[in-house]
Structures are given as C-alpha cells and as structure tokens.
Ligand binder design. Structure first.
Ligand code: NDP
Ligand code: 2IT
Length: 443
C-alpha cells in the first residue's frame, strides 16, 4: 500500500474513461511518494487532490462547410488545467484521435513542463477531432475560423495563450489569429507560433527539436558521452522531428531513420533533411515518397518498426504510446544508450521500466520537449515588450533554459536519492514549484 493510493483510487474512479490521463497522473503520483515523506503539508493542504483536477474544461461544437457545400461537425476542447504560476499555456492538437482523455493528459503534463522552463506559465491544452489530412486550404481556414469563434470567449493574452501541436502549425495559427483579431478588434499575443511579420518569435519553429537535442546533449555529456558519430533514430517527420534531425546532425549524430503514421524510411547515408523538409513542410506528402527521390533509402510499412533499426540514440517525436515494452527491449538489445522524448508521453510505462532498470539514459518529454513552450514564453515576452530578438538571442536563451532544466531534474533526482531517475527529477521539480504557489495562494 503506497501513501498516495487513496488519491490514485479517487482519480481512477472519477476519470474511468480517460486511459491516457490516468497513465500520466499515475506516473506523477508514483514519483511523489518520496516527496510526501519529507513534506507532510502536501497532504494536509490537499494540493495533490487539487492539482489532478482541471480548473476548467470547455467542450464545444465546431460546425463548418466543406468545399462540396456539405456541413461538417467537429468537437472542440480546451482544458485549462492550472493557473498557479501564470496564464494557462499549451498547444492545440487537430487529429481525429483527439478526445477529452488525450487533452487532459496533455494539459496535465503541461503544468509540470511549463514550471520546469522557469518561465511564468500555467498549464492548458486543447484541440479538435478535426482531421487536416486531405483538406484544402479553404477548408482548413473555415474550420480554424469556426473553432476560434467559440475558443475566443475563453482565451486572452493574460488568461490563456494557445499554440500549435500535432496538426497545428503556422498556417492554422495564422487563420485562428486572424479570426480572434476580427472578433475582439484587438492585436495581442493571444497565440504563440505566430508568423514573423505579425508578432512571432524567431526560432519558435525550430525550438522543440533544437531544445530536445540541447537537453539530450547535456544529459549525454554528464555521462561522458556526446552525439558525435551516434547512429540516431527519430520517429515522426513533423515539426519536432524535422528540427531534432537538424540539430542532432549538427551535433555530429547520423540520423538514419524517420517515420510518419504509416511507415518509416531508412537511409544508411543519413537523412537528407532538404528532401524531407520539402516533402513534409511544403508538399505535405507521405514519407514513403522519400525513397523515390533519395537512392539507397528504403521504406518499411508500419511506423513502430522504426525501433527495430539498430541505433545508439532514439528520439521518439511522433505521438503518445508509440514506443512500447517490446520496442524498448529491442532498442536495449541493439545497444541503444539514450532515449529522449520529443513527443508527449511516447514511451509506455513498460518501456520506461525497461530503460530505467537497464541504465539506458531516459529523458521524459515534460523536460526534454519543453523547448517549444519555453520559446513560446519568450514570444510572449517579446510581444509584451513590443520588440523582437534575433535568432541567435532566442536560440541562446533556449539552450540556456534546456541546460538549466537538465541541471534541475538531475539535482532533484539526486536530492531525493534516485540519481539519474529523470522521471522522478522532472515530476518532483515541476510539481514542487506549482504546489508551493498553490499553497501560498490558499484553497
Ligand atoms: P506534427 O503534426 O508536425 O507532426 C506529427 C508527426 O507525428 C507526423 O509525422 C505524424 O505522421 C506523426 N504522427 C501523428 N500521429 C501519429 C500516430 N497516431 N501514430 C504515428 N505517428 C503519428 O506535430 P509535432 O511535430 O508538432 O508534434 C509531435 C509530438 O511532439 C506530439 O506528441 C506533440 O504533442 C509533441 N510536442 C510538440 C511541440 C511543438 O512545439 N510542436 C512541443 C512539445 C511537444 P502523419 O503525418 O502520418 O500523421
Ligand atoms: O506540448 C507542448 O509543449 C506544445 N505543443 C507547445 C505548447 C506551446 O504553448 O508552445
């Protein structure tokens, strides 16, 4: 019987239909067992029971008209999870799999991630079950406008500042920003990931992937390793994966495989990023097309098969639960020394167990992918100051933040007697900052 089981049981009873949310909460509660031993007031103030319940959950109808004149109806979500240390902040995901469980798990993780960045941002997340694949620009625009028509009532630069996530990039942020501005007659930093001529920050596009590599580099160096000449796998081929590939390659790694939801490409010469960017960012094509352009590369159907490729470092950058216990054992047997998450919760609890019991360095997403939201925080700062920093300035700040996060999670793990357990380090460090703020602010 663990000390926090009574809270876990209550969360399970109240959220029985939300498996992803329960998975995220259980991991955090397990990490906090060693904290409540030292800090009993965390129990008497009810701060743990409070932090697992969203402050506000909004669900709404999004109706729009497709190019054929047919009325379509989607469901929109915004979960405003915690505002103890700043306005709600977190991305919007457009993907057919989006439901309340997924939005709640993402919003919950965002609380701790945002606290780790050192910037004043609370946690939130939103999205829709809208599928952008195969839609025309006009359809995307009309959907985004309808989505923002309702969302605009609930957000604001000092209240809640959404950004991108899966299926939401610069194009979608533009259409949503335009609609917000029309409805409110207000030009403000209500969204991040904006275009560079209308309030966006340089390096926000690159930030999550770059930040992932900065944190991984710090973790490797702390263990007398580097990216140099390391064979690396990166799942996904979206925003996070592409810029992780760019930075890992710049740091000396050889990225030999990337994927999309249908399969993966293996390129023994190292992924040609110009080809990949043209295919994914410009043409929005399937990754299988890569092998028709780059000779020597091969395509294998089934995205999870990427973990069968022999590697030194694995960077899962696609989606939740994409790397399971079996894949983790394969990585281990193939000699993988480090796994760092670009995606949110890509490794299952079984996979994490395999890494941690076999001394594979493992960085959890709420620390390793925090560079995206950290740079969103820097975008908010620039908007408030009515000025913009150079790419080099933002990139230097991002690198410093990621190194600080690594130092923080590593020191916290040591302090609680679980050296190199970065799951515990990240959960505890993120939690304590928010919990202390909640306690100061009263019930
Ligand atoms: P994108 O939409 O740009 O790319 C998503 C990539 O993941 C695509 O290659 C997509 O393939 C693949 N993918 C999506 N769903 C699945 C699935 N169910 N199974 C397998 N592959 C899938 O999103 P991002 O790169 O922005 O996001 C990737 C991950 O990083 C997400 O977990 C997100 O929450 C996380 N993240 C993003 C941040 C950001 O700033 N954008 C910040 C921090 C974390 P396909 O094209 O075939 O769908
Ligand atoms: O998961 C994430 O941290 C994001 N999708 C980025 C959130 C943000 O507000 O930049």
């Amino acid at each position: 019987m663990k000390k926090l089981d009574y809270i876990k049981d209550a969360v399970i009873a109240r959220n029985a239909n939300d498996p992803e949310f329960l998975q995220a909460v259980e991991e955090v509660l397990d990490s906090l067992e060693i904290v409540v031993e030292k800090r009993p007031e965390l129990l008497t103030t009810g701060v743990i029971e409070r932090i697992v319940e969203p402050e506000r959950q909004i669900m709404f109808r999004v109706s729009w008209v497709d190019d054929k004149g047919v009325v379509q109806v989607n469901r929109g979500f915004r979960v405003q999870f915690n505002s103890a240390i700043g306005p709600y902040k977190g991305g919007l995901r457009f993907h057919p799999s989006v439901n309340l469980s997924i939005v709640k798990f993402l919003g919950f993780e965002q609380i701790f991630k945002n606290a780790l960045t050192t910037l004043p941002m609370g946690g939130g997340k939103g999205g829709s079950d809208f599928d952008p694949k195969g839609k025309t620009d006009g359809e995307i625009m009309r959907f985004c406008q309808s989505f923002m028509t309702e969302l605009s009532r609930h957000i604001g630069q000092f209240t809640d500042v959404p950004a991108g996530d899966i299926g939401v990039g610069g194009r979608e942020i533009g259409y949503m920003f335009g609609q917000y501005k029309k409805l409110r007659n207000e030009f403000s930093g209500v969204l991040t990931g904006k275009g560079l001529t209308w309030g966006g920050s340089l390096a926000r596009t690159e930030a999550t992937g770059y930040g992932l590599c900065y944190l991984t580099d710090a973790m490797l160096k702390d263990h007398n390793e580097t990216f140099m000449n390391k064979t690396t796998l990166i799942s996904g081929s979206g925003n996070v994966a592409i810029y992780a590939c760019q930075k890992a390659t710049a740091l000396g790694a050889k990225v030999v495989a990337m994927s999309d939801s249908q399969g993966f490409v293996y390129d023994p010469n190292g992924i040609n990023l110009d080809v990949m960017k043209e295919l994914k960012e410009v043409k929005r094509a399937r990754i299988s097309e890569y092998v028709t352009i780059v000779s020597g590369a091969t395509y294998t159907a089934g995205c999870a098969n990427i973990w069968n490729v022999k590697c030194d470092i694995a960077l899962p950058c696609a989606t939740q639960n994409e790397l399971d216990g079996t894949a983790a054992k394969t990585l281990l047997n193939n000699g993988c020394i480090a796994v760092a998450e670009g995606a949110n919760m890509p490794c299952t609890p079984e996979a994490i167990e395999v890494f941690q019991t076999n001394n594979v360095l493992y960085a959890p997403g709420k620390a390793s992918n925090a560079g995206g939201v950290a740079t969103s925080g820097l975008e908010m700062t620039q908007n408030s100051m009515r000025m913009s920093w150079s790419f080099e300035e933002v990139d230097a700040k991002l690198k410093e933040i990621m190194e600080t996060i690594y130092a923080d999670i590593s020191t916290t793990a040591k302090e609680f007697g679980v050296e190199d357990n970065f799951v515990a380090g990240a959960n505890i460090a993120g939690f304590l900052k928010v919990a202390d703020a909640m306690i100061s602010q009263g019930i």
